[in-house]
Design a protein around this ligand. Structure first.
Ligand code: NAI
Length: 506
């Protein structure tokens, strides 16, 4: 098989340029490495040689392969050396003017048929291409750090990029062992756009005093299967990287309320509590080890009051079975008896609204999140309302912890934690499909490989039910009166018709 681009240039020999050079050489290309900083290209070449040597020592590649790789990468020291390249990948500083100037100079050197690409993560591909003589051969080719391990690349079509160029780049990505996804030139492309829901919504929940960040992390890991909680993730990425991305995408989408950043991260950034790398973020780190405060044990209660379950509760039959299995008596009266715990299980609505609308005694009313099948989660989440009595809260907590399952009790919030965060993720993904940023299938691939979510956001919405997700968002919008929860038309139509969120119109 011949490689799509036998000879490529990589400009910028930093973290990204080196990674791209590595997988390009491994795919069979000859790579010319160029950097404006004296010796940087040569140091990059040496680092690559050392990397392949390490792979050889680990038994991953044999000696002839290692030597062939090393022979295929050269450090060069002037743009003129890139004259014969079929493809030039730019990975220099994230600055529009620097990139524009670089490509204008490059066009005078390479053949008009050579493909030119930028690895930018936040600048507009169209804006970088403006002023080029041949913008059709220019595209975004956005890799993730570390390049050899993050096996996805976004091929970004600018306003004038030709589809053939994108197809050939995608083919090359496959030759490099990566999955290519095709994106329109929109802020954040796919991964950084789809990733807005998780941290942003979790920060809002903390900001409202509903739960602390450690509780939110536990809930999202145990209920929805995320490998890292949103605050662990923010600590890992570091706030000096993630907060500016939040601000940038928010402004690039002209202050779209769904992407509104949080004052919490702005303040922590100002304080220098950046995360793992500074030893202090949302968590403290001692010698790189995260310090967790243990959870308080469930209260111990003598006897359990009977439980009355609202007729409108989500998964009501399942909830009744659960209460019964846990050993509480079910109050099956048409209205709750005077001593019963009143249990509600809303989707999107808060416990307060349900108590008021259903004319329940708020002092005895507690909510439980039943979006997800209880058998499929490792944690139950209860919510009180401002009037809930302490003894009722403790009795409910003790009851739901009786079989040893973890329980979190949070303050009242429409959608508890999981419904809100999953709702935000699904809604943003649905809107990306509505805007044709990419195909639903590419969105799923990009998010799973680029963000490491347990499943793609649309598959998440399908798992919990498109109609349920729509109900969550409609009701959240009512509770908060905020356009950020406005369901995307993509979700509204598919949810209303009970269609898969991956469904594309004929
Ligand atoms: P880096 O700072 O590690 O490397 C940049 C290199 O470019 C340096 O060696 C510098 O000397 C060189 N350079 C700067 N201006 C130059 C010019 N005019 N001509 C030639 N060389 C020049 O940066 P990094 O992290 O490798 O990022 C490079 C690009 O990749 C940026 O556009 C960034 O936004 C993008 N990117 C970065 C990711 C990351 O996680 N680091 C992820 C995805 C994209």
């Amino acid at each position: 098989m011949t490689v799509n681009y036998p000879r490529i240039g990589v400009i910028g020999a930093g973290a990204m340029g080196r990674g791209i050079a590595q997988i390009a050489v491994q795919a069979g290309s000859e790579v010319l490495l160029l950097d404006s900083f004296a010796d940087a290209a040569e140091r990059g070449r040496e680092a690559l040689a050392a990397q392949w040597n390490k792979l050889h020592e680990k038994g991953k590649i044999d000696a002839p392969t290692r030597d062939a790789y090393v022979a295929r990468v050269k450090a060069v020291d002037g743009m003129q050396a890139l004259a014969g390249c079929d493809l030039v990948v730019e990975a220099v500083v994230e600055n529009l003017e620097v990139k524009r100037t670089l490509f204008r100079e490059l066009e005078d050197v390479v053949a008009p048929t050579a493909t030119l690409v930028t690895n930018t993560s936040s600048l507009s591909v169209t804006a970088i291409a403006a002023g080029l003589q041949h913008p059709a051969r220019f595209a975004g080719f956005h890799f993730f750090n570390p390049v050899p391990l993050m096996k996805v690349v976004e091929v970004v079509a600018g306003f004038k990029t030709s589809p053939e160029v994108c197809q050939k780049l995608a083919g090359y990505a496959t030759q490099m062992g990566h999955s290519a996804v095709q994106a329109q030139d929109t802020p954040g492309f796919i991964v950084n756009h789809a990733g807005r829901g998780y941290g942003t919504e979790a920060l809002r929940i903390v900001g409202e005093g509903v739960a602390d960040f450690a509780t939110i992390d536990r809930i999202l890991k145990d209920q929805a299967g995320f490998r890292l909680g949103p605050f662990e993730l923010l600590d890992l990425t570091a706030l000096d990287v993630s907060h500016p991305v939040m601000e940038s995408i928010y402004h690039q989408y002209f202050e779209e309320p769904r992407f509104r950043p949080s004052v919490i991260t702005a303040q922590r950034l100002a304080a220098g509590a950046l995360g793992r790398k500074t030893g202090e973020g949302f968590y403290r780190y001692d010698n790189g080890v995260m310090q967790q405060t243990p959870e308080a044990p469930a209260p111990v209660i003598e006897g359990t009051p009977a439980v009355w379950v609202s007729p409108r509760a989500a998964r009501r039959a399942e909830l009744l079975r659960l209460v019964n299995t846990l050993g509480a008596q079910i109050d099956s009266g048409s209205a709750p008896a005077p001593q019963s715990i009143i249990l509600v299980a809303p989707l999107g609505f808060d416990v307060t609204t349900v108590a008021a609308v259903e004319r329940l005694d708020a002092t005895r009313t507690v909510g439980i999140d039943m979006l997800i099948d209880d058998a499929a989660t490792k944690r139950r989440v209860l919510a009180t309302n401002p009037a809930t009595r302490r003894d009722v809260r403790d009795a409910a907590h003790a009851l739901f912890a009786r079989d040893g399952k973890a329980v979190s009790v949070i303050r009242d919030s429409g959608g508890f934690v999981t419904q809100r965060v999953i709702g935000a993720i699904v809604n943003i993904a649905a809107d990306m499909c509505q805007q044709r940023v990419c195909t639903p299938a590419d969105l799923e691939t990009a998010v799973q490989l680029g963000l490491g979510y347990p499943r793609g956001p649309l598959a998440m919405g399908n798992l919990y039910g498109p109609t349920n997700m729509l109900e969550v968002l409609f009701n959240l919008q009512t509770v908060y009166g905020d356009p950020r929860y406005r369901p995307s038309p993509w979700l509204r139509r598919r949810g209303a018709l009970g269609l898969s969120l991956l469904h594309e119109e004929e």
